[in-house]
Design a protein. Structure first.
Length: 163
């Protein structure tokens, strides 16, 4: 079976019914798909997966337990929060640059200098932009706390690969 969304769930269910289940990563099945790597459809996938799985040197994906997937949820949430926070910081910095307000890179720099930059009357920012930007939480980004401070410590489940 191709390792995709819900594959681990179905692999566990099929294994419980007595089937031998092996998951194959999609990038390992793609070279065996007729039409090449970029022609993907439901008719061509099973044949490519079977062909790839029959190769003696093929590497398979280990079926994850629910506990291992729970650890992955924490990692993915944390990564998502970091990406969103970084995007917000970059967006705010770019908006301020349009008015000649240059802040150093980094979240801490924005947190400490954002309000100061809004209150500085010497920059070119007009009232409507200043008003909109001032509606951000005080201090800015307080709604997106540092991920490491809000999530429980990461513990690995026996048999899981560390991230």
């Amino acid at each position: 079976m191709e390792a995709c969304s819900a594959a681990h769930y179905w692999a566990r269910r099929l294994r419980a019914l007595g089937h031998v289940v092996r998951l194959i990563a999609s990038q390992f099945a793609a070279p065996y798909r007729k039409g090449g790597k970029h022609v993907k459809n439901d008719a061509l996938d099973p044949e490519a997966i079977c062909e790839a799985a029959s190769r003696p040197q093929m590497r398979f994906v280990t079926i994850k337990t629910p506990e291992q997937q729970s650890v992955l949820v924490i990692h993915r949430l944390r990564n998502g929060f970091i990406e969103e926070r970084t995007a917000l910081v970059n967006r705010l910095r770019s908006l301020l640059i349009e008015f000649g307000v240059f802040l150093p890179q980094g979240i801490d720099a924005l947190r400490t200098r954002f309000v100061e930059a809004l209150e500085d009357a010497s920059n070119e920012m007009n009232g409507s932009a200043r008003n909109r930007l001032s509606r951000f939480p005080e201090p800015p980004l307080s709604t997106l706390p540092h991920p490491a401070s809000t999530l429980p410590p990461i513990r690995t489940t026996p048999g899981s690969a560390s991230m």
